[in-house]
Design a protein around this ligand. Sequence first.
Ligand code: IPT
Length: 1000
Amino acid sequence: MAFSRLLIALVLSILSLQVVARALGRQPHELIKPYKRAALQDIVTWDQYSMSVHGKRIFFYSGEVHPFRLPVPGLYLDIFQKIKALGYTGVSFYIDWALLEGQQGTFTAEGVFALEPFFDAASQAGLYLLARPGPYINAETSGGGFPGWLQRTEEIYRTPAYVKYTDNYASNVGAILAKAQITNGGPIILLQIENEYSDALNGITFPNKNAGIVIPFLNNDIAPEGWFTPGNITGSVDIYGHDDYPMGFNCMVPSTWPVNSLPSNFRELHDLESPTTPFAIIENQGGSSDAWGGPGYGTCAAWFNEEAERVIYKNDFILGTAIINMYMTYGGTNWGNLGFPGIYTSYDYGAVIAEDRTIFREKYSEAKLDANFVMASGDVYLTAVPTESAVNGTMVSTDSLAVAPLKSGSTGFYVVRHSDYTSQESTKYRLTVPTSQGNIDIPQLSSTLTLNGRDSKIHVTDYNVGGTNMLYSSAEIFTWKAYDSYKVLILYGGPGETHEAAFATASNGKILEGSGVTIKPTSGSLQLNWAVTSGRKVIQIGTELFVYLLERYTNRDDAYNYWVLDLPSPSPVNNFHDPSNTAVIVQADYLLHTATIQGSTLALIGDINATTAIEVVGYPSSVTGVSFNQFGPSTAKNSWGVLGGLATYTAPTISLPVFTDLVWKVIDSLPEARPDYDDSNWVNADHTKSTNPFPFVTPTSLYGSDYGFNTGNLVYRGHFTANGNEDNAGTFSVSCTGGLAFGFSVWLDDTFLGSWAGDALIESNQQTLTLPALTAGQKVNLTVLVDTMGFEEAAPIGSNAMKTPRGIMNYGLSGHANTDVTWKITGNLGGEEYVDKTRGPLNEGGLYAERNGYHLPNPPSGPWEESKPFDSLFGAGVYFYTTSFDLNIPAGYDVPLSFEFERTAADASATQNYRCQLYVHGYQFGKFINNIGPQYSFPVPEGVLNYSGVNYIALSLWSLSSAGSAVESLQLISTATIQSGFETVALSPQPTWIARPGAY
Ligand code: IPT
């Protein structure tokens, strides 16, 4: 099946390439042959096992982060340090073309859209980067990253004929990326071409090596289908990779995991498809996106939780994976209309780092345990190969469990999980595995091991702990490090489990802390057997090995509170992971950002949310003291040399504004529905032709993008002269398309005719609305306000979905031919020649207040009326509110803030349907739909908010019901109060309002 599909694709692609080559008189964009590219540089190399950087094998263990979903470059470092602290070595990022070439031919990547600050922060944190510039990215972005003007092109997307439209973007972004490659001293070591290009219509084309990209090219096949593998004559990449989302995207019921979803044949496919490249999972599930009306990200995080990580990530390791990227690791925000209609403002994704940048989710800590294990296992893991796939009942005493072995030299890794990975059973088992001392039946000193529910464990044999052979361990390895005169090994287990480890040593062991460990010297080894309890146990074996036996997670003594921090390496590696360099092991609490040695002090920078004892359990002998932020240095040591100190938490006084107490100013943002409104400056919607493949049926096209309006609210004005034939109870019927959860409202002069208030599952709707009495000869103005929710994505290859138009699709007016109505249209002021270059092409839509820039700081609201969004609106309409307040958050604290609407009885009964857009310093950071939800809380990052000074906010309130509406409640709340050693966060640019020439 896969083979025949490949064959067909091969034939198709050869045909299509020849056709294009002939048409252009040259090869289409150059197809890359790995054997040609391999010579381009020698810093990043690879073989069948792994990549190497500067000649050392490295696991590219990456978290996906989208710079465009956090428009505060001053916070990139915070996110990166939280990822580095997980033990990851890299970050993968998409670039959203739609935001950088909003106007065709004009590429701009400045201010919050500049990529260099992202690269600089990655270098500072020490994370290598995988660049994924598309041009097609998907990523739940409007158009999947395609700019709106691409709707007006005839060519089929992602096929050879369309490629010319990408040239400007490709050459500009290619040049930016080329400069930041590792070969030029930057952090970028890999580049993915296109996204899920799982077809051969085009050959993979972007960006070609003319842009100066010399690092390895990757692809991201939608599944292990074998597209563009090295040596494939349809064109190939250097390192073949694919997606893996075993849990799918339905997080409605947290406990419901899809059955039989764990991949079982990935390694076999890899060995067939791409045996010369490392096993690479370019997107490995880290959570899920959530749609309008969905369960919310708290539920998605509870569904793809720490248990899912344990089972799925360990199943990845057993494939011999050496390149992996967790999608998402920090999701961020779909601010400023950048999302596609299938999602709302938050892109939290239920990821390990929440949208407000906090790391309270248990899955963050679990991800740290998982990553550290493979990092600690170094080349031994990276050169290990699976010897067979998971087989139920082999090597274990029960068919309920499956064990998959991975071998590297004498070392064995045995991944145990329930045969049915969704099983919630608690299963007792014994494991029988080969070791250098023969087959051993584990445990020896007690009866059974236990696998509790949705869990998976990696048991090891003949595992080298810095020169001591650990013969086996049923407890899992968090990390180990060797220092000048001693070694530290940290093992952990789940609550209530019994574990056993044995070391091939003649030395004896003694308990330094804790109790309940049986230590038994036998011929050739020393066995430890213990029941996992809260509170650690520390065993010294011989003079130099210190073994910490921890519980995974119950209290602050457990594995979740241990951190392994790289110490800086000599140039050129610097802060990037150097597998041969040492690292410190520290027990702290909430987060450690960095560790450096200054003189003889280990200087830790970290975050705490409670007074915390800091213990440095592994450090080089040059260190005699430890400091934490402003505390210390402390030189206190315990009996076996652990360095300790106390980090004291002092609760700050945080005062936040009470919105109901502030003075708010208001302006009518729908003057169009007033009789005297003059729309003479508007664009005439008079195109009689459109290249859009969805043919329009109205006399002229009313598609927003045919007039350059690609984002947010669209407003139409329809003019006709009453002829007396409209009848009593005649109608105006109108159908609109805006994408899922969109809505629209219609007025005839100042009479409200009706609305479609939206539905999470409906993207187009028709309303037939009753006309008021009209007098023949009367000049009539219709106003139609349509909320658009972004463009559809453009997957799979060749799909026209992204061209699905937005706006009015059709209409009918009693007593009239459609040609009797002439139309005008507006969206954001200037359309693709958008005004606000700071906040980009998608941030503002077509509301009157937006066109005039009143959402920006310091609007000319002096003469406006005073009124609060909490006061009831009478009838349908759009009102625009602004206010300002001071924030004075004390320095040294990280206090994420969130704007919270309230879910009220009125929302539930949906008699008062309204839509709000929340602007903070002009950045649109929330689109709230009270009758759809599910997002009620809108985090806004420091940097968009000014934490020590004045803040301007604005709120549009569109009431879709004749009953009118008011915002029931809006509060600014803090979602954490972290005492932080992190540097001051620089403000993102916040240019203030100036009168806009030509604004209407
Ligand atoms: C994968 C896309 O590559 C990525 O851009 C994003 O959209 C992700 O899905 C879902 O969040 S496609 C994969 C589900 C086949």
